[in-house]
Design a protein around this ligand. Structure first.
Ligand code: BGC
Length: 252
């Protein structure tokens, strides 16, 4: 893995907010404050791209920009859209953002970006062997790593487990919506992780998203063979991973 240095800029596009910050790639820390602007509703490509440009301009950033979407992004074409306007499906990200940004940019899936950041700046165990990174939020995002190398665009949140999609069973949004206690929700997460374990047999699961901060409340209730670890970067991960992709020229 290459050691990154210098500064870059990452923007994380989500269903409710679009967040951007300059990132020091030597440390994986933000330089200055993160800027968050509410996602326009409806969150159509041009409206969202305008906000991306606004964030770059307000932060007076002049350089490469990495952008995440809650979408499969293959060959820089947006193929799915979860929690953002369906108008994104079929959009060529290179053409869209070229109208709004003067610098080089790279567009990638939000969970892939967050996973890349965890591998680079989190615990060493994330860099070794086969690791599945999951981000639990509105949905479930996933990123597969082998010795720190990303296999992009896995969509484990949409795997059917029992009668439903994994993210409809055990995202943290479901926990909030159904007012589940940690123990009840962990039972559901366990069912989902057990299915992933059965199919992919990774050496470790790494769990990110806001709920990873409360790992001590739910981690002990898990009951699977594979080690499960909380991610380290918290809500910084998406932006940092986007910033990394921008300088790496990573364009899945
Ligand atoms: C989307 C993924 C995304 C995840 C987290 C899922 O619903 O399909 O592309 O990574 O949510 O935002």
């Amino acid at each position: 893995m290459t050691t990154l240095s210098g500064h870059s800029f990452g923007i994380d596009i989500g269903g409710s907010g679009i967040k951007g910050a300059e990132v020091d790639l030597a440390t994986g820390e933000f330089v200055g404050e993160r800027l968050k602007i509410a996602t326009p509703q409806p969150s159509t490509p041009h409206e969202v791209a305008k906000v991306v440009a606004q964030i770059v301009q307000e932060k007076q950033w002049d350089g490469p920009v990495g952008i995440t979407l809650p979408s499969v992004v293959r060959n820089q074409e947006v193929e799915t859209a979860a929690n953002i306007s369906k108008d994104w499906i079929g959009v060529n990200a290179t053409e869209l953002f070229a109208d709004y940004l003067d610098a080089d940019f790279a567009v990638l899936n939000d969970a892939d970006a967050a996973g890349l950041a965890e591998v680079a700046y989190g615990e060493d165990i994330a860099k070794q062997g086969s690791v599945i990174f999951l981000t639990l939020g509105t949905g479930i995002g996933s990123a597969f790593f082998l010795d720190g190398q990303l296999f992009p665009n896995t969509e484990l949140g949409h795997l059917t487990v029992g009668d439903d999609e994994a993210e409809k069973i055990a995202s943290s949004a479901v926990k909030d919506r159904e007012e589940l206690k940690y123990k009840q929700w962990t039972k559901r997460l366990n069912k989902v992780l057990a299915e992933y374990e059965k199919l992919f047999n990774p050496q470790a699961f790494l769990i990110g998203g806001g709920i990873s901060r409360k790992f001590e409340k739910w981690g002990p209730h898990l009951d699977i063979e594979t080690p499960v670890m909380p991610a380290q970067l918290r809500n910084r991960a998406g932006i940092v991973g986007a910033a990394m992709a921008a300088v790496d020229g990573l364009k899945p």
